[in-house]
Design a protein around this ligand. Structure first.
Ligand code: APR
Length: 338
């Protein structure tokens, strides 16, 4: 028994064998509740990953579209016997009372981009949705931690911070976590190595032109990747990372969901298990990196308190310039909210 909950012996064994860093087989069931708002592609994938990880007892999927969340919740629940998790998954059509006392709420509601669109073009529709959702969430879960995935993510995170009035540590934008994983994918393709052997982060905004993949700091198990890559290869990796989402949108016809959903779930796991993992997330800067009154992607420690610490980085002149430009672009997007 762990924290008064039963341990599934099969899952205990498989958790040692599981290759994924984040999505481990369930071994503990702390009495935790998570809500995912938006049961579309990203929301459902995020919920699926959370259920498989076995990090919470209750998982609520909520959507405005009649029956969608109930249907997906039931479908997901029917994988429990196959995958060996005990999380109870509830679907809800816009009934926030079912989300009451959530420890973490993940917001994915909103429209995705279509080929040729930037994330920034979604602001008109998504700002209204995210604001309404935040108000409803807060009514039933005043002590929750909010993870924002809806785009444009930097501005939606800022909106969540301002509209909820929650302490800044409890508002986390997911973008850099996804972008860093995409950066590792690009690096692994060129290096012919395991993506999980790489340390590489993307800071700044979560836009095609505002994100900054820090190739100068990327390592292959502590060896600088720049030792193995020509300047031309490095430039290509950075450029392909920056348009990683747009590339998929063009291929699929709508924006991607597997990696965004997995990134959201990785943050949820780090919070509920108090893992204190280092992720790049969009958080409120209050003097850090020389900025105030803005939410932007920087390295943070994620644990039970939400984002618990912002870590400093020594940026070279070009990176500093890119970071300042990124901040200016995000700031002007935030002004549109007004
Ligand atoms: N409340 C709850 N759910 C809502 C609301 C609302 N006010 N408005 C829209 N939704 C739901 C839609 O009904 C839909 O099921 O949000 C869901 C969005 O799902 P998709 O259209 O499949 O979009 P998805 O690909 O999941 O992207 C969602 O995440 O990565 C970002 O850019 C992406 O902003 C987009 C968001």
């Amino acid at each position: 028994m762990i924290r008064g909950r039963k341990v599934n012996p099969i899952c205990e064994i498989t958790s040692y064998l599981c290759a994924s860093e984040y999505i481990q087989s369930p071994s503990i069931h702390p009495d935790m509740k998570v809500t995912v708002i938006g049961a579309g592609a990203v929301g459902a994938t995020c919920a699926d990953n959370i259920a498989r990880a076995g990090v919470c007892t209750h998982l609520v999927l909520l959507d405005i579209k009649e029956g969608l969340a109930e249907g997906k919740a039931q479908d997901m629940q029917q994988t429990a016997a196959l995958l060996g998790f005990d999380t109870t998954i509830t679907g809800s059509t816009n009934d926030y009372s079912k989300t009451a006392d959530s420890d973490v709420v993940v917001i994915t509601s909103g429209i995705p981009r279509k080929p040729g669109m930037t994330r920034e073009e979604l602001i008109g529709t998504n700002a209204g949705i995210v604001k309404t959702v935040c108000e409803s969430v807060l009514k039933y879960s005043p002590n929750t931690i909010i993870i924002v995935i809806s785009n444009p993510m930097d501005t939606m995170t800022y909106l969540a911070l301002k509209s909820t009035g929650l302490p800044k540590n409890r508002i986390i934008g997911m973008g850099g976590t996804l972008d860093s994983s995409r950066f590792k994918y690009q690096l692994s393709q060129h290096l012919g190595c395991s993506a999980s052997d790489l340390n590489a982060i993307v800071i700044g905004g979560h836009g095609d032109t505002t994100m900054i993949p820090l190739i100068s700091k990327a390592t292959w198990n502590s060896i600088p990747v720049t030792q193995f890559l020509s300047q031309e290869q490095q430039d290509k990796i950075v450029a392909d990372t920056m348009v990683g989402g747009a590339t998929l949108t063009k291929l699929i016809g709508t924006s991607a969901w597997y990696a965004p959903g997995a990134a959201g779930a990785a943050l949820v796991s780090s919070i509920l298990r108090d893992e204190k993992k280092l992720f790049t997330c969009c958080v409120a800067l209050d003097g850090e990196y020389g900025l105030h009154d803005i939410c932007l992607g920087v390295p943070v420690v994620i644990g039970k308190g939400g984002w618990e610490k912002i870590l400093p980085l020594e940026l070279n002149a070009a990176e500093q310039e890119a970071f300042a430009k990124s901040a200016a672009a995000v700031r002007s997007m935030n002004e549109v909210l007004g």
